[in-house]
Design a protein around this ligand. Structure first.
Ligand code: PLP
Length: 635
């Protein structure tokens, strides 16, 4: 047998493709993370986990690599810079980070910090997000763009912010909003910088295609746009209309969809300029996708273009249309969220291989003495003993039939529990044998190609899918998942991953594999006393805030890490995950009240001598410890 190498592992998990040169496998067979694609430094994730365990930080742990944020902002801005120079584009580019993608304070802090050199702005879509942006813009010159539905309070806040000197643009999503803005502007005595979002007939692709098109939730139709301009002209406010916005959805998988939207959007811009509207910005929204499965395809978990191609296309199309129409080129804004934050966070947790634990059933002795078995089960024994590559197909189908027969006989009362257990055991033994034979036959016969599914084993991972990767459940989003150690050893188990919630939906059966989507995750047999860690990658966009508290599993521990030449890495901060009492508080329970109630009740039992004082106090201690502890699995 040829030796298994890290290159073999890289291939089956496709890490070199989705890893974007930020994640790779090192010589020790561990996954490591690089601060930037060109960096010669890396952090070994397995060693890092061991260090974190020494620090008594328990899994699941969300690792946030702040340098990656910096790298991603840099990559997008460099791509636009070179596209602008290549195309002799006469205006500027600017990123506005849409904070809904990840509102974590430290994340927005890092983005605004790293983004200083690129004059990064913030995009908000609600009142809480507006407050966040105002706090970051205070004392700096960070510009803000306001999208989403806005009530009078929102608008008034923007008006006063403008008055005080904030650089803030309010984007009109609906005609009635514009009427409100005009009325309030007159009342406050200041007109804000205005933008208008248009509904293009161009649509995106993939899961978020409905964000674009004529029936989209947001934006003005072209006819409404004309009304809006007329209204602003009447009020003498049209000179404040500075920005044209469109957003055709997130994770746009095909570059030609982006192209279509750009052409249509820029045409709208050019016509508005010709009408005399002094627009300065075209804001192309989000949509810059992430190649989650590494296939570089138009499948919805991938994208068929690079950041460079995206930037180049944007700049080229806008320039082309403007030149044709003979209007000045606008400054370009993109609101790329997913592409900035997806890579920066990784969840790592321990997996429990429940199938190879010490108590696996063993009925070996029935193979010797078959007289007492029911005829159906005896037939299975015969198959098990005689199966070879020539009888493979027939034996496979017979086995499926016999196991069904065994269940029917059991239900009718003709088969006892012992025989049913033996039948089940034989069935899995036969499948294992078939697998051994099938692996040697190439190509695998058609009807056996899905056969592996019956051998798939469930590994339990200490996490909640609903909390940590909700899009995997909600929209079948594919995230790269793989073990972070032993990658120089052949993984011999075909697995699926179940979380620890009591929900049968809390299982992952779709993985990034060698050729895109796979129904298995190859994993190693977990050794006794081994901490076997699995990493969930590219989960920085949307997952943290969409995560919910199913079964009251709360926020995970989070560790912020930066690269450090001396010690390899430095921990900037550790954010404790929710303790049990915090999860309970969220649903209106109070820890101390629970303890008091239980104590008072226990005292009654003590008074009746049903419970000893020691038992009672030990129980209360346990309860107290649980309330203070982590919501996830401990030892
Ligand atoms: C959600 C959203 C974005 C972010 O989109 P990504 O695809 O994550 O970059 C940008 N702009 C608007 C208006 C949005 O609603």
């Amino acid at each position: 047998m040829e030796k298994w190498t890290i290159a073999d592992s890289a291939k089956i998990y496709n890490i070199d493709n989705w890893g974007s040169e930020l994640f790779s496998i090192n010589k020790k067979g561990h996954v490591c993370v690089h601060p930037s694609p060109t960096s010669k430094y890396s952090i070994d994730l397995r060693d890092l986990m061991e260090d974190l365990i020494k620090r008594k930080i328990k899994p699941p742990i969300l690792l946030r690599f702040m340098d990656i944020l910096e790298g991603r902002i840099g990559a997008i801005n460099r791509a636009f810079k070179s596209a602008i120079s290549e195309n002799d584009y006469p205006a500027k580019y600017r990123t506005f980070y849409p904070i809904k993608v990840n509102q974590q304070r430290q994340v927005v802090e890092a983005i605004t910090q790293f983004g200083k050199r690129y004059n990064i702005g913030l995009e908000v879509g609600s009142k809480p997000e507006l407050v966040v942006a105002i706090s970051f813009a205070s004392g700096t010159n960070i510009p803000i763009i306001c999208n989403g539905y806005k009530d009078a309070e929102f608008i008034e806040t923007v008006l006063y912010a403008t008055k005080i000197g904030f650089d803030i643009t309010i984007v009109v999503e609906k005609l009635f909003e514009l009427e409100k803005i005009i009325a309030l502007a007159k009342k406050v005595g200041i007109v804000p910088k205005l933008g208008i979002r248009v509904k293009l007939s161009s649509k995106g692709t993939g899961k978020w295609a409905t964000s674009g098109g004529e029936d989209a939730k947001f934006g003005l139709r072209i006819s409404e746009l004309i009304t809006a301009i007329e209204l602003l002209e009447e009020e003498g406010m049209v000179d404040k209309l500075k920005l044209l916005h469109f957003h055709i959805g997130s994770q746009i998988t095909k570059i030609d969809k982006i192209k279509n939207a750009l052409i249509e959007g820029t045409r709208v811009y050019a016509e508005m300029r010709k009408m005399g509207v002094d627009l300065e910005y075209v804001d192309i929204g989000g949509g810059l996708g992430v190649d989650y499965d590494g296939t570089k395809s138009s499948y919805f978990s991938s994208v068929n273009y690079t950041v460079e191609e995206y930037a180049n296309d944007v700049v080229y199309q806008i320039k082309n249309i403007c030149d044709e129409a003979g209007v000045e080129c606008p400054n370009i804004i993109s609101e790329s969220g997913r592409a900035i934050v997806a890579h920066y966070s990784v969840l790592i947790t321990n997996a429990l291989d429940t199938n190879t634990q010490s108590l696996s059933p063993d009925f070996e002795e029935v193979l010797e003495t078959t007289e007492k078995l029911s005829p159906t089960v005896r037939k299975l024994v015969d198959i098990y003993k005689s199966i070879d590559r020539h009888s493979l197909r027939e034996d496979y189908h017979d086995t499926l039939q016999l196991i069904q027969e065994a269940v029917s006989l059991f239900n009718l009362g003709y088969l006892n529990l012992q025989d049913r257990a033996v039948a089940e055991w034989l069935c899995s033994r036969i499948f294992k044998k078939i697998n051994g034979i099938v692996e040697k036959i190439k190509p695998i016969p058609e009807e056996l190609s899905n056969f592996h599914l019956s051998l798939r084993q469930t590994y339990f991972a200490n996490f909640s899918l609903f909390q940590s990767i909700p899009d995997s459940w909600a929209i079948d989003q594919l995230f790269p998942i793989m073990p972070i150690q032993r990658l120089n050893q052949k993984p011999d188990v075909m697995a699926s991953i179940a979380d620890i919630t009591c929900d049968s939906d809390g299982e992952i059966t779709s993985f990034v594999g060698e050729n895109g989507r796979s129904k298995f995750l190859p994993l190693h047999k977990v050794r006794k006393n081994e901490d076997y860690y699995i990493g969930f990658f590219l989960i920085g966009a949307y997952q943290e805030i969409l995560g919910d508290m199913h079964n009251l599993f709360g926020d995970t521990n989070a560790v912020h890490i930066t690269f450090n030449k001396k010690t390899n890495y430095k921990i900037d901060t550790v954010i404790n995950g929710d303790a049990v009492w915090e999860s309970l508080k969220y649903v209106q329970y109070k820890g101390p009240e629970i303890l008091k109630h239980v104590r008072d009740t226990l005292e009654k039992s003590v008074a009746h001598r049903k419970v000893s004082i020691e038992e009672s106090s030990h129980f209360l201690e346990l309860l107290d410890k649980t309330l203070l502890g982590y919501t996830y699995f401990g030892e």
